[in-house]
Design a protein around this ligand. Structure first.
Ligand SMILES: [Zn+2]
Length: 260
């Protein structure tokens, strides 16, 4: 099952956003806590109720400013709080997948950075279990080789901690300078995962910025997805998340119709 929907509500707010997503025939929506977890805990259940009524699958993107590899106790603690607050709201909304960018190397070796992030993820999962929150931590593949989050690092992290993962196809495309075979990539991925996609500008150092998603850029990935049919929620992270999610949904639908 390939569920497709936008990152955020396109400025409509979560409740109206879910209604718009449903009206457009889309399947899921990522609630964005980009600059902080500003949703009040008491407001979360109504968002979850609206999503259930319209059969929209919710996920949550934790704030961008997170560094689980930080050596500064205050920064590490703030990062943990941002993720746990995101998890609490996610649980209250019935959202399962909680996305975040795990951290930075900042001059440390990849090995040391990995160990710090692994230990932090394990500690977070202990807190999630103690709170009985029905959520899955889904660290994301990042778009720059200088940032923690290659596919290999995330495979290792899922194996060592049992966490989930977010495969950002556009980030991987940028990391690999556009030399990426979607079919080959999908063969390496599990049967179920959370995913992001958008158009992307990149240079020698990887990702520069997310741009509008063209049909031409999406189609090869869509073909590979329809051929393998993994169980995914695919979030459109372009500057026009709803419009481009609708285009992606249409492309996938056309491909399904063609094989039926
Ligand atoms: Zn992403």
């Amino acid at each position: 099952m390939i569920r497709i929907g936008p990152a955020g509500s396109g400025g409509l707010g979560n409740l109206a956003g879910i209604e718009a997503v449903a009206r457009m025939g889309l399947d899921c929506m990522e609630v964005e806590f980009t600059y902080g977890v500003r949703m009040k805990p008491e407001d979360a259940p109504a968002v979850g109720e609206m999503a259930r009524r319209h059969h929209i699958v919710l996920s949550v993107h934790a704030p961008y400013y997170i560094n689980l590899a930080s050596e500064e106790p205050a920064k590490l603690s703030a990062s943990r709080t941002r993720i746990l607050d995101s998890c609490q709201r996610a649980h209250a909304m019935g959202a399962r997948n909680v996305v975040f960018h795990a951290g930075f190397y900042q001059g440390r070796t990849a090995h040391e950075t990995y160990a710090r992030i692994r230990d932090a993820v394990n500690a977070l999962q202990d807190r999630i279990a103690a709170n009985r929150w029905n959520v899955v931590l889904c660290p994301e593949t990042t778009g720059k080789p200088s940032q923690f989050g290659s596919l290999e690092e995330l495979f290792q992290l899922t194996a060592d901690t049992g966490c989930g993962m977010t495969v950002d196809f556009a980030h991987l495309f940028a990391r690999h300078q556009g030399k990426l075979d979607w079919n080959h990539l999908l063969l390496q991925l599990p049967g179920m995962f959370h995913a992001h996609f958008s158009g992307i500008e990149y240079g020698p150092k990887g990702e520069k910025r997310h741009i509008r998603t063209t049909e031409t850029f999406f189609r090869p990935l869509a073909e590979a997805l329809v051929a393998k049919n993994p169980d995914i929620t695919l979030i459109s992270e372009s500057p026009q998340p709803l419009k481009d999610a609708a285009m992606m949904k249409q492309v996938v639908q056309q491909l399904w119709d063609a094989v039926r």
